[in-house]
Design a protein. Structure first.
Ligand code: HSE
Length: 440
């Protein structure tokens, strides 16, 4: 009989527990069709005695994940610890150093150190697989690695953070404020106690950096991602968006342009009738535009024990079937540096919301500044009252107006310069709100 592939799992939180549970429930069926059966032999976590809902007594216990990765009883190392450095990185490097394949859900590790780790793995004759690192249970890594290889990719984008999507959906559907919904997301366990990583856009940026590499054959480059979070989105933006036929989503977008590759994570206005506008709550989605396949979109759970374990186990099975392919599809030595298209060159339409002192000449000055930068306006709505960027609803006894503009396609440089000039004119109470509109 073929010797089993012995698996060591480091990190027994939600995902690690989900992997043990999945394998416990389905191992017999899975092993019936594998050239080499799989078996978990060893585990490691911070606390041995914690109740995880799955028994771990039958596995060899390691306090140190590096020792687990190096153990002679482990052929495949599964890293579910998380974090770009520390024990996660040390244990992955230890496994690779012994020529062992690695399966990981760690987007931060690969977004920061992916190229180096891929080189090490390839030099050691092994590989790293990371389906669970991008959008949890959605099989987008495999889809891009295998099913879309005949295509030249123009754009890959998606809703890559469930916490942000939950918050934005609740703000839009229930008319609630950001801070209140964030508190609920924390109470439900979606957002961390320190939610900066999610709401600041960093988690989505890590995932986008990996998608960009798969789409364009480039080195993962988290430092080249433009990042804006959702913390400045106000109820007034949601109301204006709904009135104008848009929904607001935190999108990650990687786009090939004549100036290079744009990698950006930011709140985005999307048409209410678009497929992506209908992806709500904690769901994620990833869409790809290829020259032959056209536009495809995968939607599903971006986190959680079951969905993420589904992706981890998919990678384990690929290793058991003998898949040794390069980490980022092509050999690490052939990955190109990102030629970054700066945000100033970004082209698109924009939503602008301004809290304006309602006095003679204010509106005309705004229109003049836009015209000076050759920014053409598609629609203008002015209402009495309103605030922007945390400004006071009423300014110094002068009546206020809320002005919402939608521009035609322009450049980021032009709209930013127009807004800077409008600010210096002194007609605004608070900072302008600027949200990019994305066409699909
Ligand atoms: N915290 C992430 C989210 C899941 O809210 O989508 C893990 O990346």
């Amino acid at each position: 009989m073929t010797t089993p592939l012995r698996i060591g799992i480091a990190g027994l939180g939600t995902v690690g527990g989900g992997v043990l549970s999945l394998l416990g429930a389905h191992a017999e069926r899975i092993n019936a069709h594998l050239p080499r059966p799989i078996t978990v032999t060893a585990v490691s976590a911070r606390q041995r005695g914690r109740n995880r809902g799955v028994a771990i007594d039958s596995y060899r216990w390691f306090d140190d994940p590096v020792a687990l990765a190096e153990s002679d009883e482990v052929d495949l190392f599964v890293e579910l610890i998380g974090g770009e450095d520390g024990p996660a990185r040390a244990s992955v490097e230890a496994a690779i150093g012994r020529g062992k394949p690695v399966v990981t859900a760690n987007k931060a590790l690969l977004a920061h150190h992916g190229t180096r780790l891929a080189r090490l793995a390839e030099a050691a004759g092994t590989t790293i697989k990371f389906e669970a690192a991008v959008a949890g249970g959605i099989p987008i890594v495999k889809t891009m690695r295998e099913s879309l290889q005949g295509n030249t990719i123009r754009r890959v984008y998606g809703i890559l953070n469930g916490t942000c999507n939950f918050i934005l959906t609740a703000m839009a559907e229930e008319g609630r404020d950001f801070a209140e919904v964030l508190a609920e997301a924390q109470a439900r366990g979606y957002a961390e106690a320190d939610p900066t990583f999610d709401i600041g856009g960093f988690d989505a940026a890590h995932k986008l950096a990996l998608l960009t590499s798969l789409a364009f054959g480039t080195k993962p480059a988290i430092g080249e991602v433009y990042i804006e979070g959702i913390e400045n989105i106000e109820r007034a933006d949601m109301e204006a968006a709904a009135e104008l036929g848009y929904a607001i989503k935190l999108l990650g977008v990687a786009l090939a342009t004549e100036h290079g590759i744009e990698q950006r994570v930011h709140p985005t206005m999307v048409a209410r009738g678009s497929a992506i506008a209908g992806v709500n709550g904690v769901s994620n989605c990833v869409a790809v535009e290829g020259d032959r396949v056209g536009h495809i979109m995968l939607v599903g759970a971006g986190a959680g024990a079951g969905p993420t374990a589904s992706s981890v186990v998919s990678d384990i099975l690929d290793v058991a079937r003998g898949d040794q392919s390069p980490v980022f599809v092509i050999p690490a030595a052939e990955l190109k540096d990102i030629e970054r298209a700066g945000m100033k060159a970004h082209e698109g339409a924009y939503f602008v919301r301004l809290a304006v002192y309602d006095r003679i000449g204010a509106f005309a000055a705004i229109a003049t500044r836009m015209a000076e930068q050759r920014v053409s306006l598609e629609s203008i709505v002015q209402r009495r009252g309103g605030s922007a960027g945390g400004g006071k609803p009423q300014g110094d006894g002068v009546p206020m107006a809320s002005v919402v503009l939608i521009t035609h396609r322009t450049t980021e440089r032009a709209i930013r310069e127009a807004l800077a000039a409008i600010e210096t004119d002194g007609h605004l109470n608070g900072r302008p709100q600027l949200i990019r509109i994305e066409d699909f």
